[in-house]
Write a protein that binds this ligand. Sequence first.
Ligand code: MG
Length: 203
Amino acid sequence: MKIICIGRNYSEHAKELNNEVPTEPVIFMKPKNALLLADKPLYYPEFTDDLHYECEVVVKINKNGKYIQEKFANKYYNEISVGLDFTARDLQEKQKKKGLPWEIAKAFDGSAAVGSFLPITPEIDLKNIHFQLKKNDTIVQDGNTKDMIFSINKIIEYTSKFFTLNIGDLIFTGTPAGVGPVNVYDKLEGFLNGKKLLDVDIR
Ligand code: MG
């Protein structure tokens, strides 16, 4: 099982981190040990002083595939949730400046929190999913998949050119604007179309 993540998929977020708006999806991955299981706390890692949340819509792959065309991509996932792409922003900035890979900043143990999954029913319009993150009861991120630069199906087409997608793989589809720091004792809650799916305490 692998975790595929898309960076800079919402232009307002790309701008807030002074990145260019991409013309092709920006992909990175997290290993299996990055997965933070439902309702487990994240222990603030000792190697960073600037741990950030990034709330994202997550889809779960339910069929193996390679070179999947955009028009068939919807047959490769049937569950959706929200997740947190935890990022050691200080390490990431250092790596970016040097032009080095981001893994130490993005793929560490517990860096991919995922909420409970909802089946994708016809009432869920994938191009109009409202999702929110609350930190200590205040809304800090408020996004909608209509603002994605690359749609879920486009992401699947693009990533499957390079990597075979396997049953159980997760795709983090990018974060909207409003990313920010977390501290020990913060409580994070993720919502999809108003339904709470994710709960993470920072310890
Ligand atoms: Mg992200």
